[in-house]
Ligand binder design. Structure first.
Ligand SMILES: [Fe+2]
Length: 316
């Protein structure tokens, strides 16, 4: 229960060295076409870039995800953004910690530095715009005034378009080791954990978690989570996905750790894309005391039973 306690001391020093954002994730899949259909149906702006797919949210330029073809579905890499002034210091600190810097993978050459986490996952740190919000992204609830019908007819239901990537949850072989690694080298801090999951935030103000871990026998991608503006959007997104054949998933519910409302849609490879709303926010200058929770008391506060295979790592 207390395996991770003490790795990331709480502090109010908001100038502490660390990355500011999860810039994007890289995923390898056996066929890009099903990926294109899935993420487009999910409400993302999906574009081909040479032999890769780029995932953006509508109305924004930032590339939140890159998909390339490979033998099987596999988490390819995670990329984190930092401020210009912190880049050299982060690299020096990683080297001082004994972390070996590696060459970028083919096709992902960059001006960042690359390393491998304890499970072998490739991680990039680069100078990039801060894409983690500087304040909480509030959820909204619009109540219709008297005399006005609030809901449209089904055929006029609006198409949901997530606003940004919130976080990814990845499988790892040792939660304590993962938390320690990302704390020491990237400056992430533990937000909350239980025996089977751990959640980490960035030091310059971010969602309750930009990176989360679930215990497994191998590395892998469990889900990418996308911020939407309302619970209504989560429901609309889930219904639209079901209408396109993506009927498997979990939701509607509300998590305890992070507090976000959720619906997970199962992707073509057995992992998930999450519609999320109103996730807790940890400001840069505010102390957050990490809680250590019993799994049964901290997974979700309400919602249906999760599917039995919800936390199966199909990359293991
Ligand atoms: Fe999530």
């Amino acid at each position: 229960m207390t395996a991770n306690r003490g790795f990331v001391p709480a502090t109010t020093d908001y100038l502490t060295l660390g990355v500011h954002s999860l810039d994007h994730f890289g995923l390898e899949v056996p066929d890009l076409e099903p990926a294109k259909r899935f993420y487009a149906a999910f409400g993302l702006d999906v574009a081909s870039h040479g032999s890769a797919l780029a995932l953006r949210t509508f109305g924004g330029d930032h590339r939140w995800g890159t998909l390339v073809e490979g033998k099987r579905k596999r988490l390819h890499h995670l990329s984190f953004g930092c401020y210009t002034d912190d880049f050299a210091k982060l690299r020096e600190r990683a080297e001082a910690n004994g972390v070996e810097l590696v060459d970028p993978p083919p096709g992902f050459e960059s001006n960042g530095f690359w390393l491998r986490d304890p499970t072998g996952l490739l991680v990039e740190v680069k100078v990039a715009p801060k894409t983690s919000p500087n304040h909480k992204t509030p959820g909204t609830f619009i109540s219709s005034p008297e005399g006005v019908a609030g809901a449209p007819v089904r055929s006029k239901a609006p198409r949901v378009q997530p606003r940004r990537l919130s976080h990814v949850l990845v499988f790892t072989t040792n939660l304590g080791r993962a938390v320690d690694f990302y704390a020491r080298n990237l400056g992430l801090r533990l937000s909350d954990d239980s025996e089977v999951v751990a959640f980490m935030h960035a030091v310059h103000g971010s969602d309750h978690h930009i990176l989360a871990f679930a215990q497994s026998s191998a590395c892998g991608m469990h889900h990418c989570s996308w911020d939407t503006q309302s619970i209504d959007d989560i429901g609309l997104g889930a219904m639209a996905m079901a209408g396109k054949g993506y009927t498997k998933g979990w939701g509607l519910g509300r998590h305890v750790l992070g507090s976000n409302y959720f619906h997970y849609v199962r992707d073509p490879w057995g992992s998930y894309a999450e519609y999320s709303c109103d996730i807790d926010y940890i400001p840069a200058n505010q102390q957050w005391t990490a809680g250590h929770h019993a799994p049964e008391d901290s997974f979700y506060i309400w919602g249906p039973e999760p599917p039995p295979d919800f936390v199966v790592n199909h990359e293991a």
